[in-house]
Design a protein around this ligand. Structure first.
Ligand code: NAG
Ligand code: NAG
Ligand code: NAG
Ligand code: NAG
Ligand code: NAG
Ligand code: NAG
Ligand code: NAG
Length: 584
């Protein structure tokens, strides 16, 4: 591991170059059919499918060179402008939607996992069982056909079976997997959880980083780097030290990627700091949202268009696709629209907290493995980053962390659920926590973000984007609850329980009403799903199941399905409770 200090000089030069120019960009991926070709452009712009992701998920019937060559013939025959019907015909002749994944029954699935016994409220116990019963509906493995001709698929083959988020997200996704894995471990499915982690490590080995999801067209984008946190939670449940020993090198490699490719120097109060941002510098629209990205840039200059594509992919890398968090208007505010997206100029609180947490965890793992020198080095890196987070992202007057705008060196003083991520990731020193923990809690209470009956929204801005008000995203509720918990005071713990209870009740109502778990919820309407953004709400849903199981497991002895149940934890399940009859 090269130290921050040795890297610093060179990184600053790189960062400045990257900020200055969008030249010399790589294509989105090494598979032209799926990422960078006239074929992709024509098919996506003709809107052969309503959802742009549908086309890039098809498999080729012939090899890549035949497919591209025959398409060129069609282009030549039609004076470079094939009709919609001709394109449809080509797609039908050259692609198939046979399906690349098949259902899979995890061998460690249990009908009645032990954690259910610890849930006092009977309705919630039934809810926990209902969610446990969803796992097999979301379990997939790769079909043998994909392994025979992997070059004819956008899907990247993986060795182990896995749990998908659900709906249009039918492959393995990176940060979703953190909450899925925690849920699996609570359900007693330690082998499935381990297989999920091993799959992500296969992707890391193949690409040098973990892409957004297991598709070639996600190649150049990663996601919030929670791999180390996944290994930590797996270790917590299994004490499987040999797994840690076998994989610690990969965890270190992932940190190297972020350090080399995603760090920037930030000068503040006469001091230089190395911090991290989301940044996916590659050419062209996102293949799976090609029509949307291309249409958004009509009328742009070439430079603005390239910058837009990079910032939109960088925002997708954040997991928050999309949100006012990434908008910078000419006056520097977040009150804009998608064309104001400037992700590269924003130093995000959550990303930096996650990396600080990972560096510290790698130090702990190395200590357990008796690699003391390495442990010491990583602890120093973690401490360095914690100090930078405090120096740059912490706002003393408001007692809160904020994303930082490096274009005009200012805090973005808005409520975002991600603001408290340093507490979640233990990315604060204990003296800092002592001095400020209670103040952060007060600030959070006064922000208004905890005042909604459907859970904690990601922001308080009704922008129409899916990572803004009124949407409640399950992983973010988990971040806020754990942040409160980690403040450590009795008041903060009580508030954590309250926030968890509001959210679990909301999901429970939704589950009773619709027999579904949603990918996102509505802060103002408990049990209803959220909307906005570029696709419809998805069912399933991996991280929602994980977050609810986390809360039922953590607080099962005190949570209640309704105020009436407070003194009657054996209340009969309401007549509408039942298993989900469908999913994904
Ligand atoms: C692709 O398929 C064509 C026709 O089936 C064949 O002639 C060609 O050799 C193949 N090319 C590659 C690179 O496999
Ligand atoms: C398409 O037309 C161009 C220009 O005439 C030619 O160079 C190219 O070989 C043609 N492509 C195919 C696949 O026939
Ligand atoms: C997973 O859990 C089972 C049952 O508790 C146990 O027998 C097994 O050893 C565990 N596997 C690992 C990798 O910890
Ligand atoms: C921070 O880095 C810049 C760019 O290398 C350098 O000019 C500046 O002197 C540094 N500031 C401090 C306080 O070290
Ligand atoms: C945001 O911009 C819109 C349209 O320009 C304006 O109506 C609204 O008042 C602005 N909101 C804030 C909070 O500044
Ligand atoms: C539950 O019991 C406590 C103590 O007996 C009582 O004060 C409270 O009103 C009861 N709550 C409900 C909802 O019945
Ligand atoms: C837009 C993008 O890059 N693709 C996906 C990355 O993964 C998340 C799921 O975590 C999706 O929401 C994005 O659409």
């Amino acid at each position: 591991m090269v130290s921050f200090y040795k890297m610093r000089e060179c990184l600053m030069l790189l960062a400045v170059a990257a900020l200055a120019s969008a030249a010399d960009l790589l294509p989105t991926c090494d598979r032209p059919v799926y990422c960078d070709s006239a074929l992709l452009h024509q098919v996506q712009m003709a809107r052969i499918y309503e959802d742009s992701k549908t086309f890039v998920d098809l498999q080729m019937k012939y090899n890549e060179s035949k497919t591209l060559n025959d398409f060129e013939v069609l282009m030549n025959d039609t004076n470079q402008s094939p009709s919609r019907a001709q394109l449809q015909q080509f797609v039908d002749d050259y692609f198939s939607s046979d399906g690349e994944l098949e259902d899979w029954t995890p061998s460690d699935l249990s009908d009645n996992p032990a954690f259910l016994e610890t849930i006092k409220d009977k309705e919630f116990r039934a809810f926990g069982k209902g969610i446990n019963d969803i796992w097999p509906l979301l379990a997939r493995k790769i079909k043998a056909a994909v392994l025979e001709k992997p070059e004819q698929h956008s899907l990247v083959p993986l060795t182990h079976g896995f749990i998908i988020p659900g709906g249009r997200f039918k492959e393995i996704y990176y940060w979703d997997s953190f909450w899925i894995i925690e849920g699996l471990l609570i359900s007693g499915m330690n082998e499935t959880a381990k297989g999920m982690i091993e799959n992500l490590i296969e992707l890391l080995i193949k690409f040098g980083h973990i892409p957004n999801g297991s598709r070639w067209y996600y190649q150049e984008r990663s996601q919030p780097p929670l791999l180390t946190a996944m290994v930590a939670v797996y270790y917590k449940y299994t004490q499987d030290i040999s797994f840690v020993r076998d994989n610690i090198g990969h965890l270190e490699n992932e940190m190297e990627f972020w350090l080399n490719e995603r760090s920037v120097n930030v000068e503040k109060d006469g001091k230089n700091h190395t911090l991290f941002r989301f940044f996916a510098p590659s050419d062209g629209p996102r293949p799976e949202s090609y029509y949307e990205d291309y249409s958004n840039t009509i009328g742009f200059s070439e430079e603005d268009r390239n910058n837009f594509y990079i910032d939109i992919k960088s925002a997708a890398e954040s997991g928050w696709d999309f949100s006012t968090r990434w908008f910078i208007t000419p006056d520097g505010s977040n009150n804009g629209s998608l064309t104001d997206i400037h992700t590269r100029y924003i130093i995000p609180v959550d990303l930096n907290a996650i990396i600080a947490g990972a560096l510290q965890q790698i130090a702990v793992f190395n200590a357990l493995l008796l690699n003391l020198q390495k442990s010491y080095e990583y602890a120093a890196l973690a401490s360095d980053l914690r100090n930078s987070i405090e120096a740059v992202l912490w706002n003393k007057e408001d007692s809160m962390w904020y994303d930082y705008n490096i274009r005009d060196n200012s805090h973005r003083k808005y409520f975002y659920s991600s603001n408290v991520a340093p507490l979640w990731q233990n990315a604060v020193s204990s003296s800092f926590l002592q001095a400020n923990g209670a103040k952060v809690m007060t600030q959070l209470e006064q922000s208004g973000g905890l005042d909604f009956p459907g859970g904690v929204p990601t922001s308080l801005i009704r922008s129409g984007e899916q990572w803004d008000f009124p949407n409640v995203w399950p992983p973010e509720v988990s971040i806020v609850v754990n942040a409160l918990e980690n403040i450590g005071t009795a008041e903060a713990k009580a508030l954590a329980v309250e926030v968890a209870q509001t959210f679990v009740r909301s999901c429970h109502w939704g589950f009773q009403e619709y027999k579904q778990m949603f990918e996102k919820y509505d802060a103002e309407n408990p049990g209803k799903y959220g909307g906005g953004g570029e696709y419809n709400v998805q069912f399933g849903f991996g991280w929602s199941n994980g977050a609810v199981l986390e809360f039922l497991h953590k607080y099962g002895s005190v949570l209640t399905a309704s105020d009436n149940n407070v003194n009657d934890t054996t209340a009969a399940p309401s007549s509408t409770t039942g298993p989900p009859n469908s999913s994904a």
